[in-house]
Design a protein around this ligand. Structure first.
Ligand code: S3P
Ligand code: PEP
Length: 436
C-alpha cells in the first residue's frame, strides 16, 4: 500500500493520539497473571498490541475485545497459563516477544515463539541469557540469540543483574520472570528507561521497589486485577509535535497524552530546538501523568543530543531527524546505536530515505549528523518505509513541508502502532490518498 501526501497550506485542529503502546502490552500481560477481571480502556488497537492479546489467548487467557479500546482480561492467577498448542506469533513486536519470554520463563511447560522477518533478525540474547541464568531452558538460532525461540521454564531462581543496555523490554522481561522466583530479583539499569512495568506491577500489588537505578521485586506474591485507563501515546503524538513545529502555518492540540518523565525527552529536545510547545497537565490516567500539548509553527535550530536523554526519546528519533533536517544549523545525535536493532536499521534507513527527499543527513555508527536546510525545502518524491512504522510516519511528516507530493511505499506498516495515522493527518487538513 502507498500513502500519497500533499503538502497542505495549513495544519490546524485537535487530536487524541491512540493509547500508549507500551502500557497496552503491559496492562494485558499483567492482567492475565492477576487473580480476577482486569478492565482496560484506551487500549491501542495497533497490530503489535493485538499480537500480545493473540499470544495470551493461545496461553489460555480469557480475553474480550478490544472494542473501541476496551479490553477485559479474566486473569486466573500466575500459575494458570496453559501450554500453547501452536507456535506463538509475536508478529512485528519486540515488546511482545521479550516480555512474553519473561512470562514463559516462569511456566513449567514448553512453548515456541516467533515473529515476522524483521523480528526474527532482532537480538533476543539480551533476554534469553539472563532468563537462562534464572533457570529457564531456552533454545534458538545462533545460540538463543534469534527467534524462533523455544523455551521450557519453571523453578526459577531470583537473580541480581546489571543490564548492559538501557532497555525497558529487558528490564520488564526480568521483572515478569522475577514474579515466579522465590526471593528478591534485582535489576540494575545503566540509565533510566520507561517505567510502565514498575508502575503497573505496583498497582497490581507486586512487592516491587525502585531505588535509584535498581528495581527490586520479591516473587510469588499474587497479583490483583487492574482497572486502567491508558493515556495517549507520546510516541504517536511526536509525529504531530514535529509536524506543528516545521510547518509554517500550524496550530495543533494533542489531547490526553502520557507525560511520564521517562518518555518526555521529545518535549525537552523540541523545546531546546526552539519549538513552540505548551503543555497543560491534566492529572493522572492509569497511574501515569497525562495532559494536553499545543504546538505552533516554530523556527527550529539544531542541537546536540546523547547520553541519558536517548532512552527517553528513542522511538522519536526518526521524526526528530525530520525536525533536524529543517532546523537552522547542525544537529548531532549520539549514543543511539540501539536504533540499528529496531524494526529496521533506523540509522541507515532514516538517512537513506530522508536523503532522497533532499535532506543533508549522514549516518554514524551511533546516530546522525544532520545539516538543516532551513530556508530551503525538502523535495516530494517516492520513498519507502522499509516495513518500519516509525520511518513511514516520519516520512509522511517530512512530506508536509516538501515541494510537491510524496509517495510513501509500504505504508500498511503504520497500523503497527497508529492504525488511524492517515485519518488523523486528514483531520488536520492534509490531502492524503491511499493506493493499493
Ligand atoms: O518496553 C517497551 O515498551 C519499549 C521499549 C523500547 O525498546 P527497548 O527496550 O529495546 O529499548 C522501545 O524502543 C520500544 O518501542 C518499546
Ligand atoms: C521499537 C518499537 O517497538 P518494538 O520493539 O516493540 O517492536 C517501536 O515501536 O518503535
Amino acid at each position: 500500500m502507498h500513502l500519497i501526501v500533499k503538502p497542505p497550506p495549513f495544519l490546524a485542529g485537535s487530536l487524541r493520539p491512540p493509547g500508549d503502546k507500551s502500557i497496552s502490552h503491559r496492562a494485558a500481560i499483567i492482567g492475565a497473571l492477576a487473580e480476577g477481571t482486569t478492565v482496560i480502556e484506551g487500549f491501542l488497537e495497533g497490530a503489535d498490541c493485538l499480537s500480545t492479546l493473540r499470544c495470551l489467548k493461545e496461553l489460555g487467557v480469557d480475553i474480550e475485545g478490544p472494542h473501541e479500546g476496551r479490553v477485559v482480561v479474566r486473569g486466573k492467577g500466575m500459575g494458570s497459563l496453559q501450554e500453547p498448542e501452536a507456535i506463538l506469533d509475536a508478529g512485528n513486536s519486540g515488546t511482545t516477544m521479550r516480555l512474553l519470554l519473561g512470562v514463559l520463563a516462569g511456566q513449567p511447560f514448553y512453548s515456541v515463539i516467533t515473529g515476522d522477518a524483521s523480528l526474527r533478525r532482532r537480538p533476543m540474547g539480551r533476554v534469553t541469557r539472563p532468563l537462562a541464568a534464572m533457570g529457564a531452558r531456552i533454545w534458538g538460532r545462533q545460540g538463543g540469540e534469534l527467534a524462533p525461540l523455544s523455551i521450557r521454564g519453571g523453578n526459577l531462581q531470583p537473580l541480581t543483574y546489571t543490564m548492559p543496555v538501557a532497555s525497558a523490554q529487558v528490564k520488564s522481561a526480568l521483572l515478569l520472570a522475577g514474579l515466579y522466583a522465590p526471593g528478591e530479583t534485582v535489576i540494575i539499569e545503566p540509565c533510566r528507561s520507561r517505567d510502565h512495568s514498575e508502575r503497573l506491577l505496583k498497582a497490581a500489588g507486586a512487592a516491587i521497589k525502585v531505588e535509584g537505578l535498581a528495581v527490586r521485586i520479591a516473587g510469588q506474591t499474587p497479583l490483583r486485577p487492574l482497572n486502567v485507563s491508558i493515556p495517549g501515546d507520546i510516541s504517536a503524538a511526536a509525529f504531530f509535535l514535529v509536524a506543528g513545529c516545521i510547518h509554517p502555518r500550524a496550530t495543533i492540540t494533542l489531547k490526553n497524552v502520557n507525560l511520564n518523565p521517562t518518555r518526555t525527552g521529545i518535549l525537552d529536545i523540541l523545546a531546546a530546538m526552539g519549538g513552540q510547545i505548551t503543555v497543560t497537565p491534566r492529572g493522572e490516567s492509569g497511574g501515569e501523568p497525562a495532559g494536553d500539548i499545543q504546538v505552533t509553527s516554530s523556527s527550529l535550530r539544531g542541537v546536540e543530543m546523547g547520553g541519558e536523554l536517548i532512552p527517553r526519546l528513542i522511538d522519536e528519533i526518526p521524526v526528530l531527524a525530520v525536525a533536524a533536517a529543517l532546523a537552522a544549523g547542525e544537529t548531532v545525535i549520539r549514543d543511539a546505536a540501539e536504533l540499528r536493532v529496531k524494526e529496521s536499521d533506523r540509522i541507515t534507513m532514516v538517512a537513506r530515505e530522508l536523503e532522497r527527499m533532499g535532506a543533508s543527513i549522514q549516518a554514524r555508527p551511533d546516530g546522525f549528523l544532520i545539516r538543516g536546510v532551513k530556508g530551503g525545502r525538502l523535495q516530494g518524491t517516492v520513498v519507502d518505509s522499509h516495513g518500519d512504522h516509525r520511518l513511514g510516519m516520519a516520512l509522511a511528516v517530512a512530506a508536509l513541508v516538501a515541494e510537491g507530493p510524496t509517495v510513501i511505499k509500504g505504508a500498511e506498516c503504520m497500523a503497527i502502532s497508529y492504525p488511524r495515522f492517515a485519518d488523523d493527518l486528514a483531520r488536520l487538513g492534509v490531502e492524503v490518498r491511499v493506493e493499493e
